[in-house]
Ligand binder design. Structure first.
Ligand SMILES: [Zn+2]
Length: 272
């Protein structure tokens, strides 16, 4: 028993995946190696699926489980689950309310697991559970990583493992969650990558005016070129390629000194 972080009731707690198990299951079926990911708490790359254990069965299976179900349907239909994604666009047929609640849930899960920036997502709990209306302190955006062209040497060394095509292009399925680096004050960005698809959960500070909010959002889209705003009243969103590859999207991980050696190891593993 323990207090559920969502409903605050003393109940028996269940294991919850940070990213839902359907993502890991796809990866497991298709990856030759083990599932790896950077974890903040043990300060090293740990093999296996990231889980937390502070959500009760009712919240987990009923409300949060339904959000996972929606996300699975949206991502499958969009064609995200491929070992080498080469399209320059895709369509997300989604329900904004459910998709944004799902992304906030994943971001909140990841923050609790890492023990960092937990407070940022506390205020969204009511919305994630479907108990309050859409808050104005966040936006969701999406983009697609562009395929990376391997050099001749890389192609011969790891092209087969990365499912490179005949023109040496790769865009491997590799889920990860991180904070975007060096964002200007006023907002923070959580990046959720599922294969080639990148979501940004952009959290704006509480105490800003309408004009300031507008200015910050403009600034964000100027910095994150190609990312597309997900809108409340749309059913189908066209997501296009951004000028970053899967390696670029990991760069800021590498900029953090404590991550660098582990990431180097991971990349070697991936490319073998
Ligand atoms: Zn609960």
């Amino acid at each position: 028993m323990g207090l559920c972080v969502y409903c605050n009731k003393d109940r028996s707690l269940t294991r919850e995946h940070i990213l839902p198990s359907f993502v890991y299951k796809y990866q497991e079926r298709n990856k030759k190696g083990k599932i790896s990911g950077w974890r903040e708490k043990p300060q090293k790359i740990v093999d296996g699926e990231a889980v937390i254990k502070d959500v009760c069965a009712e919240c987990n299976n009923v409300v949060l489980g339904a959000l996972d179900g929606h996300a699975k349907q949206v991502l499958e239909k969009a064609g995200v689950f491929t070992s080498n994604f080469k399209e320059n666009k895709l369509y997300l047929e989604h329900n904004y309310n459910e998709l944004s609640r799902w992304l906030l849930k994943v971001a909140y899960n990841s923050s609790r697991a890492s023990g960092k920036h937990q407070g940022v997502f506390e205020k969204f709990k009511g919305f994630i559970l479907g108990e309050s209306s859409v808050p104005s302190q966040f936006i969701i955006s999406a983009g697609l990583l562009k395929p990376l062209k391997l050099t001749n040497d890389q192609y011969h060394e790891c092209g087969k493992d990365l499912d490179a095509d005949e023109h040496r292009y790769v865009n491997p399925f590799y889920p990860r969650i991180s904070w975007a680096p060096q964002t200007p004050t006023g907002f923070s960005v959580k990046q959720i990558v599922i294969g080639a698809l990148v979501f940004h959960v952009v959290i704006l500070n509480d105490s800003i005016s309408r004009d300031e909010r507008k200015r910050l959002i403009k600034q964000y889209f100027k910095r994150c070129k190609g990312m597309r705003l997900m809108r409340k009243n749309e059913r189908k969103a066209k997501v296009s390629q951004i000028p970053l590859t899967f390696i670029d999207s990991m760069q800021h991980h590498m900029l953090r000194p404590e991550v660098e050696p582990h990431l180097a190891e991971l990349l070697t593993k991936t490319s073998r």
